[in-house]
Ligand binder design. Structure first.
Ligand SMILES: Nc1ncnc2c1ncn2[C@@H]1O[C@H](COP(=O)(O)OP(=O)(O)OP(=O)(O)O)[C@@H](O)[C@H]1O
Ligand SMILES: [Mg+2]
Length: 313
């Protein structure tokens, strides 16, 4: 069952002071489908639109075009309150995203206040349950964020995201700010919570090995578009798109000789989403581009059991 369906989503930012109506096409025609109890990993270079996608799903940025369905419900017809009960977000840097002047119990139960007035006692009780769920001791209820370690703060962020009992969590680089040993603990906590609560995750990361570990499906993004999208074992094990291959090659996580020997990205600048290249967006950096790639944009189509936008066969 699909818990989140995204169809031809576009999120454009206006360019301040620009009179020609130019826009930054941060998310530029993105479609995917998230199933119950599954994790979709989203990878791609800095600036490819991952956080913009996350913010659009949360309703923090408005979409320019396209559709978002939460289960059967069209996002155009739901209130902010309904949206937050369905989907919640965990941010990269817990210290940045947690109010430093609030105690742990207040932080965790803050989202409850969008519903109704909840008594302090009820809040403390709920916060204690959630702290236990995410592996924090309840002594911490009355502490402030700076009194927790980085990993513990991220657990607080997860507890807060769970307080409304959502179906979907968006995790935007949730472990990137943490030490490697702590990363593993948080990833395992997320896996545990997913199993217990039938959660679905959108897991955004630039760290391919983390995504390979946690994601059932992976979507590779480039300049706001999908390059390749399908089961993680195929994307990491038998990548099709030249961009996916160059990402895997530079991350040194593939044992495949084909990936190790694959040519590097062409040494040209990453184009701007303000003015993306003609044809295939990737052709200016693609080491195996053909002539047609600069003139025609490939459609996203099914090839070898995944979705790909590339003319190669
Ligand atoms: N509020 C904004 N106004 C205008 N442009 C923006 C805004 N936020 C992001 N952008 C631009 O949109 C594009 C996508 O940015 P986004 O933050 O979504 O990328 P990202 O994939 O999350 O990058 P990173 O890996 O660095 O977090 C970039 O070109 C960025 O400069
Ligand atoms: Mg980002």
């Amino acid at each position: 069952m699909s818990v989140l369906t995204v169809e031809h989503l576009k999120t454009y930012y206006p360019v301040i002071g620009n009179r020609d109506g130019d826009v930054v096409k941060a998310v530029n025609n993105l479609s995917f489908d998230l199933k119950e109890n599954q994790t979709l990993g989203i990878v791609g270079e800095s600036g490819c639109g991952k956080s913009t996608l996350a913010k659009t799903l949360m309703g923090l940025e408005s979409k320019t075009d396209g559709k978002i369905f939460f289960g059967e419900k069209d996002s155009d017809n739901i209130s902010a309150k309904e949206r937050y009960q369905y989907i919640q977000m965990v941010f990269q840097d817990p210290l940045d995203s947690l109010n430093p002047r609030k105690k742990a119990w207040e932080i965790i139960t803050d989202p409850l206040m969008i519903n109704k007035k909840v008594s302090k006692n009820e809040c403390i009780k709920k916060a204690a349950e959630l702290m236990e769920l995410v592996g924090l001791r309840s002594e911490g209820l009355h502490k402030y964020p700076h009194m927790f370690s980085g990993g513990q703060r991220q657990r607080l962020g997860i507890a807060r995201a769970l307080v409304l009992n959502p179906k979907v969590l968006i995790l935007d680089e949730p472990v990137s700010a943490l030490d490697v040993s702590i990363q593993a603990q948080i990833l395992n906590l997320l896996k545990d919570l997913q199993r217990k609560m039938k959660l679905s995750y959108i897991f955004i990361s630039h760290d391919l090995s983390v995504v390979n570990y946690i994601a059932d499906e992976t979507l590779v993004m480039y300049l706001g578009r999908v390059c390749e999208y399908g089961p993680s074992e195929l994307i990491f094990g038998k990548p099709f798109h030249p961009y996916t291959k160059t990402l895997l090659k530079s991350a040194h996580i593939s044992n495949s000789e084909e990936i190790k020997n694959f040519p590097k990205l062409l040494d040209t600048e990453l184009p701007s989403p303000l003015n993306p290249p003609s044809g295939c967006f990737f052709h200016t950096r693609c080491p195996v581009a053909k002539e047609e790639c600069s003139n025609f944009a490939p459609m996203l189509e099914e090839k070898k059991e995944r979705q790909v936008s590339c003319f190669l066969e």
